[in-house]
Design a protein around this ligand. Structure first.
Ligand code: PGA
Length: 247
């Protein structure tokens, strides 16, 4: 199973701060069998690609993509534009896109559909709210999300599919989900994916939500955790590298 350490920079680093990040981060050794994916904002993709292109284990990802292939969609960025930038991954369905931009499972399904026919590998975020967790609906919510997002998607063997379980109540709060919750949810998701006949082998399952230098090694010990999607701790080069180093 492919292992991933993915940085979601959200709307944090500007072009100068991104250069500072790379100046420090790229001094390290990257000899682990773990793929690092950096997802800067759109305006920093080109520059980031120039800086990481000679590193075998470091890839470029975007934080979003349009659900349309091309056309009159002011402000949107297409898959073709990302491919031309050598972007190899893209995040879809992040809870902040769902919350602030009304993205729903049907739009995410449309995005997955066009990504599926492109060279870009999807990082698909799923997760439940605190209320859904407290009312015992976690598994139901996650299976509905997966069913709808993967509806009519033909799985390609050569493609990498990455699912990121990000409980919404753990994102940006500094309090990650308890190990036993991550363990049971990840087991559930891996079995569910197998049950619905999707290609289990090419699917990596990541955890996201307040991953830090302090909890990374404990979470990595859990079976069925194939890596992380990291927000706040990924914009600091030392913290992000310390997490990578725990794989
Ligand atoms: P966080 O964000 O690590 O700051 O909780 C994770 C994410 O939103 O992907």
């Amino acid at each position: 199973m492919n292992k991933y350490c993915i940085a979601n920079w959200k709307m944090y680093l500007n072009q100068f701060e991104s250069i500072e990040f790379f100046n420090s981060f790229l001094k390290n050794n990257f000899d682990k069998d773990v793929k690092i994916v950096i997802c800067p904002s759109y305006v920093n993709l080109f520059q980031s690609e120039q800086l990481i292109s000679k590193y075998d284990n470091i890839y470029l990802g975007s934080q979003n993509v349009s659900c349309h292939k091309t056309g009159a969609y002011t402000g949107d960025i297409s898959i073709n534009m990302l491919e031309k930038l050598d972007c190899q991954f893209t995040i879809i369905g992040h809870s902040e896109r769902r919350l602030y931009h009304d993205e729903n499972n049907s739009i995410i399904n449309k995005k997955l559909n066009i990504l599926n026919e492109s060279s870009i590998n999807p990082i698909i975020c799923i997760g439940e709210t605190l209320e859904e967790k407290n009312t015992g609906k976690t598994f139901e919510v996650l299976s509905n999300q997966i069913n709808q997002i993967f509806s009519n998607i033909k799985i390609h063997k050569e493609k990498k599919y990455i699912l990121a379980y990000e409980p919404i109540w753990a994102i940006g709060t500094g309090i990650s989900a308890e190990l036993k919750i991550i363990n049971s949810v990840h087991n559930y998701i891996k079995n569910f994916i197998k049950d619905i006949g999707k290609n289990y082998c090419n699917l990596s399952l990541l955890y996201g939500g307040s991953v830090s230098e302090n909890n990374a090694s404990d979470i990595l010990e859990i079976e069925n955790v194939d890596g992380f999607l990291i927000g706040s701790s990924s914009i600091n080069p030392e913290k992000f590298y310390n997490i990578y180093n725990q794989f």
